[in-house]
Design a protein around this ligand. Structure first.
Ligand code: ATR
Length: 271
């Protein structure tokens, strides 16, 4: 019998992960199948028992379980601990081990466009779970200058206080966008159907700036449209999604998948 993988979440019907991973298994000639499991919040503990009984080889974790899953696992990787959330689980023997590939997936995708991030001036907009994942992942690859702009400054302060970087905190209105090489939206502002909204108003940017959005619906948010007009290089959230999946695939199989193929498939499904 082939290996079993999957994703747990609620809702889960529209997840692109099954198509992306099943195609990658096929392409790599790996005898494995990836399924979507619809698990409600109250069912999590039982579901994990069932997945253990099925000897599932690994799974992704999405909303609303990324934080609560942690108490049901046998071990948590350091970066996932720092982020306080798990999106990928690997079974080793009878042990389930939690990882977070969201933030580091985002960073890998960003580096494809921006090159090394260590000396770049970076601004994260927002201070929710996605911001936290990216903040600690940037720190883990050696980024030194990472600031946060958020409507509720206290949430940004809390992230900064739990890390080791010296970061400044602003509100979206007061931050000077022209001071940054990389600006990243980690909020849901601008996502369909609120397509006319933007988390920060970009009018002009530093030379060679990269503006990046974790949103991929629409492909080009108002933020990215404004940024392009101001002369920035832009990147939407598709790459982050693909790279978090590629890193999970690598944790499960030891093989780095064909990310260009994954990306093409995801764009096809979304288009
Ligand atoms: P997630 O965990 O998925 O990242 P979240 O915890 O709901 O989501 O965080 C969403 C982020 O988007 C938060 O930083 C939120 O700002 P607050 O901390 O002030 O709540 C931000 N956000 C959401 N809607 C917003 C809006 N209309 N304007 C500005 N910021 C918004």
């Amino acid at each position: 019998m082939g290996r079993l993988y999957g994703v747990i979440g609620d809702p889960i019907g529209h997840s692109l992960s099954p198509a992306m991973h099943n195609d990658a298994f096929l392409h790599q000639d790996i005898d494995a199948h990836y399924e979507a499991f619809h698990i409600k919040e109250a069912e999590l503990a039982d579901a994990i028992q069932e997945l253990r009984a099925k000897q599932i080889d690994g799974f992704n974790v999405t909303t609303p379980h990324k934080e609560t899953i942690m108490q049901h696992l046998d071990e948590i990787d350091d970066l996932a601990k720092r982020i306080g959330a798990v999106n990928t689980v690997v079974r080793r023997g009878n042990r389930l081990i939690g990882y977070n590939t969201d933030g580091i997936g985002y960073v890998r995708a960003l580096q494809e466009l921006s090159g090394t991030v260590t000396d770049k001036r970076i601004l994260l907009v927002g201070a929710g779970g996605a911001c936290k994942a990216i903040y600690f992942s940037l720190a883990s690859v050696g980024a030194k200058y990472v600031d946060i702009a958020n409507r509720t400054a206290a949430r940004a302060q809390a992230i900064v206080a739990s890390g080791k970087l010296i970061s400044r905190v602003f509100t979206p209105q007061e931050v000077n966008l022209e001071a940054y090489d990389i600006i990243i939206n980690t909020t849901t502002v601008g996502m369909y159907p609120q397509v006319n909204e933007t988390p920060v108003l970009v009018q002009s940017v530093k030379q060679h700036a990269v503006v990046s959005d974790i949103i991929y619906n629409p492909f080009e948010t108002k933020l990215l449209q404004d940024a392009k007009r101001a002369g920035a290089m832009v990147q939407n959230g598709i790459d982050m999604f693909v790279y978090q999946g590629a890193l999970a695939f690598e944790l499960w199989t030891g093989i780095w998948p064909d990310v260009a193929r994954m990306k093409k498939l995801v764009i096809q499904k979304l288009g």
